[in-house]
Design a protein around this ligand. Sequence first.
Ligand code: HEC
Ligand code: HEC
Ligand code: HEC
Ligand code: HEC
Ligand code: HEC
Length: 398
Amino acid sequence: MQLRHIYILFLSMLVFAFSQCNSSPEQDHITELTKSWEKAVPHQEIPEGLVSLKSKDCGVCHQDHYKEWLFSTHSHAWTDVQFQGEIAKETSPFMCINCHIPLQNQQEYIISGLYGGDIYKPVKKKNPNFDLELQQEGINCASCHVRHNAVIGPTGTDKAPHKTLKDAKHLSEELCISCHNAVDVVTPQLACSFESGDEWKVSGFPQKDSNCISCHMPVIERSIVPGYPKRKSHYHYFAGSGIPKVAGIETKMLIGIDIQPRIIYPSYKLQDSAKFALSIKNSFAGHRVPTGDPERFIIIAFETLSLDSAVLDRKEYRIGEHWEWHPVAKKVSDNNLDPGEERIYTYSYLNKNTDNKLLHIEVSKHRTTPEHIEYNKLPKDYPAQITIYDKYFPFKVE
Ligand code: HEC
Ligand code: HEC
Ligand code: HEC
Ligand code: HEC
Ligand code: HEC
């Protein structure tokens, strides 16, 4: 959601614009909220039989689901320091929170419209039912499971001590897509570009009955509450990129790309170029890689090292998007890997002496750049990348 790039460039301009604006918002005509992400999920009463909406309390009975969810980035969707840094800025519109803390119960204010259709002038009043602890949980159990003041489940079982409603359509990939697909130009410099849903629809995976849930919530037979008989269940890790949100706390990773060295010989001739090739194929993801947040990218780095590890040469390739934010938000380039797409990356090094050497290949996934981390004053240990391939190939020069 790449509103935040703009913040860098436009913060000062917008602050200036706000300071020039004298008209009182009450004089403006009120417009309705139209986009799905402009609205919170309506207030929910605690379903009959439960003591609260908190995941912590669901976890008293659904222990495995709770433990798994704690690993997921969903449980960090509010507390994430990057998210907090961004919504603290004046330029962040009110609707940022609707996919990160979707329930009205999690939100401090109730937003009912916009003065003059301006996203920076929401019509708001204090939410008397605001629950701070529920807010900290980000996308929690209730965010996905509680609607119509009941627990939505796949079977509507009568074994549960809580009110349960069957709604398989609600708990389908449409739920995921409601947050993981948003393409819109909010203001000229404010573009929203998450397309995992659209990418999946044209990937060929829907025809194979493979969707967000079958890949990201694999099936397991187990008791969903200790002591109850085994039944069909789903892991709740929501494994994805594997880049953690908090230093020291791991998240689960799905592997989307298959990485294979193609041309690597053990010896080369003096004054000849040593040539190498690496194949990268999006073999396992049901969408492009990277997907979602346009700031994400992959770096493929080739290095020639001396045997005592001095770097003699380096070449990098980048897979990702580039955006321009001024004067109008625009995608400039995009070489994300399509589902099934294979690309060969090559590297050559001219051997000018007969020292034996090492080829080092490293592939890393990044959520954002070091410059962005520094600009947002994020903690030095904020995990911004992980290495997914790291190999050394010795070669002789004769
Ligand atoms: C339509 C739903 C939606 C809205 C509205 C939304 N986000 Fe998000 N946000 C997401 C999703 C989905 C992800 C995860 C994307 C991914 O990992 O591919 C995300 C991830 C993020 C991240 C983490 C990025 C990362 O690479 O880990 C930040 C920070 C963030 N959003 C900030 C914001 C800000 C600031 C706003 C308002 C300007 C906003 N979001 C509005 C859906 C939304
Ligand atoms: C006091 C224990 C208890 C608590 C607390 C509890 N549940 Fe349950 N829940 C159960 C039992 C028992 C079942 C039925 C077990 C079975 O079918 O094997 C169940 C079933 C479910 C189902 C499956 C329904 C279906 O249609 O098959 C879902 C989903 C669910 N619970 C979600 C939640 C959520 C979300 C919370 C917190 C808001 C929660 N539960 C809190 C005990 C609990
Ligand atoms: C209420 C909005 C919402 C819903 C519904 C939702 N997500 Fe998310 N999802 C997010 C946000 C926001 C993030 C990023 C949180 C962050 O980075 O702090 C995210 C992160 C993820 C990630 C991890 C991305 C990474 O960094 O690796 C995966 C995988 C994921 N969601 C899959 C799903 C699936 C599958 C479903 C449907 C069962 C789903 N989501 C439903 C908003 C949502
Ligand atoms: C991002 C959305 C999302 C979140 C968050 C979420 N669930 Fe689920 N959950 C689902 C979906 C989707 C299914 C059903 C999958 C199906 O049957 O196809 C499901 C199924 C279940 C079931 C039925 C048995 C099973 O495993 O399939 C239980 C019980 C359950 N969830 C409990 C929880 C609890 C407890 C939490 C919080 C710790 C939680 N869920 C958080 C989306 C979510
Ligand atoms: C065929 C299996 C498959 C399907 C279908 C699928 N995904 Fe994924 N998804 C993956 C894999 C594998 C990855 C890890 C990609 C990688 O290597 O970084 C991933 C990564 C992600 C990420 C993390 C962002 C990133 O670039 O790593 C998000 C968010 C996500 N998927 C959301 C979704 C949503 C939403 C849907 C449904 C519209 C969906 N996925 C459908 C397999 C799948």
